[in-house]
Design a protein around this ligand. Structure first.
Ligand code: GLC
Length: 475
């Protein structure tokens, strides 16, 4: 088969990544978000973002570039918030930063981390430590280096993450309750509560922790228990397809007690017309959020793709998701894959939900914009689902456009064909997303360090976690 990406596209993408390398005392430890000249404008595009680096790590590990990934992992490990007395103005123990930069200091250089105390709107990076776990596991698999994981500092870092993320909270659901803007969407977009993007990442990260910790580690049973409950809850309660929509549409409401079928009291009048129309064309997807009287019907690409890649979705759900993407290629893939959220919030909904955020106007940025880094997740999930021939065409088409437009951060418009209004150019995770997708799709048998194999013990736990009254098995 011909190579998916032309040589000049590959070369141009690597030149962006190589230009973004950040060094501490001579050793590579990360990549800055954008290498466009204007990126040094007082904002944080010159910093290394944890989530952006995870995409870059996929491409770098594929090229055998292990040193920079190791440098990133140990840097983040040293930046992790440590134990301290209870307070609410310092980062919680276990939290990892959204981003870091390197500053000149009296005797050399120092790393300065942002846990949200500097970020626009002071958003919390709930996703950062979860990405770190995934990168650590991928590094171990690609480099064959188990020594880093066995270091006491690494085991302690994993334990601290688990203590923070598995801590008992106010609710009795296995999903994480997170504030607005706590992940890739780091602005107000109505993603507070139990957003799918974070839950799918949480599931994959717990699977990573399960593999990274010694099998007799004291936290293993709690990890497996949570995985089982989370797996069941998301597979069953978030899933939407034609049949499920039909049931929701005729749901009883105001149900009290153990046998309630409408456990979250979702009112049928909240089902948007577009979703009714969309699901008539087959396939299915996971809803964007679920909580008391609230189901966010918007399609969130990152969470849906991660659910497939991390094994949170059943095989059948994975196939249904790809059938849906295929049926709605224009909406979801457009000119440059892939739409982050569909559809956009317009008019009053935009004003109220985003706080009238001009960067998130309808069909722009997080609000219906298209993000090239998602091509990596798309390719990863596609490999798991199997033979998806349109995927190669979509990635090849997107890659050409990106090279032509000099690697923008995102695209705008319902079809994703306009370079984003405020998009940076030469954005490292856009280039990395294309490179990693190319590596995965060129040779479907090539190793994918981030892939998760099916796990019979985990599947049995998910089945056993069915709560009374939640009944019918997800397909
Ligand atoms: C934006 C994105 C965020 C990303 C950052 C750096 O803030 O929303 O997800 O990590 O840019 O690229």
């Amino acid at each position: 088969m011909a190579e998916l990406l032309p040589a000049d596209v590959v070369e141009s993408a690597w030149s962006v990544l190589d230009a973004g390398r950040m060094h501490l005392r001579g050793a590579p430890i990360g990549l800055c978000a954008s290498v466009e000249d204007t990126a040094d404008d007082g904002l944080n595009y010159r910093e290394c973002f944890t989530r952006d680096f995870a995409v870059a790590a996929a491409a770098l590990l594929g090229r055998g570039d292990h040193e920079i990934v190791r440098g990133f992992l140990t840097t983040l490990r040293s930046l992790q918030a440590h134990d301290h007395d209870i307070d609410c103005v310092r980062p919680s123990p276990g939290l990892m930063p959204a981003s870091f930069r390197i500053d000149a200091a009296e005797n050399g250089e120092r790393v300065v981390a942002d846990y949200g105390q500097r970020a626009i709107a002071r958003v919390t990076p709930v996703d950062a430590a979860l990405w770190w776990l995934l990168v650590l596991r991928a590094y171990q698999r690609a480099a064959g280096d188990r020594a880093l994981t066995r270091e006491p500092e690494t085991i302690e870092a994993i334990e601290r993450i688990l203590r923070l993320y598995l801590a008992p909270r106010f609710e009795m659901v296995p999903t994480l309750l997170v504030p607005d803007g706590a992940g890739m969407i780091d602005r107000r977009m109505g993603v507070y509560g139990h957003p799918l993007d974070v839950q799918a990442l949480f599931f994959a990260a717990l699977r990573a922790a399960r593999e990274l910790l010694p099998s007799d580690h004291a936290m293993q049973p709690a990890v497996l228990r949570r995985l089982g409950q989370l797996g069941w809850h998301v597979r069953w309660s978030y899933w939407l397809d034609e049949e499920r929509l039909g049931a929701l549409y005729r749901f009883g409401v105001e149900q009290f007690g153990d046998s309630a079928s409408n456990r979250f009291n979702i009112y049928p009048d909240t089902i948007p017309t577009w979703a009714m129309r969309w699901l008539q064309r087959g396939g299915g997807y996971f809803a964007g959020n679920l909580g008391p009287a609230r189901m966010d019907f918007r399609f969130f690409a990152l969470g849906n793709l991660l659910a497939v890649a991390g094994g949170l979705a059943t095989e059948e759900q994975g196939r249904a998701l790809f059938a849906l993407v295929e049926a709605h290629q224009e909406d979801l893939l457009g000119v440059v894959p892939m739409k982050l959220v569909h559809p956009a919030l317009e008019n009053d909904a935009w004003r109220m939900v985003t706080g009238a955020d001009p960067k998130n106007r309808a069909w722009s940025y997080h609000n219906g914009g298209s993000w090239p880094f998602l091509m990596w997740s798309l390719a990863q999930a596609g490999r798991r689902v199997g033979d998806v021939d349109w995927l190669r065409d979509a990635v090849a088409r997107g890659a050409e456009r990106l090279r032509r437009d000099d690697w923008p951060e995102y695209y705008d418009g319902p079809l994703g064909g306009l370079v984003g209004r405020y998009a940076r150019l030469r954005q490292t995770w856009s280039a990395a997303g294309v490179l990693a997708a190319g590596q995965l799709l060129d040779d479907p048998s090539s190793p994918d360090a981030f892939a998760f194999e099916s796990d019979a013990e985990l599947e049995a736990h998910i089945r056993d976690s069915a709560s009374p009254g939640s009944a019918p098995e997800p397909s």
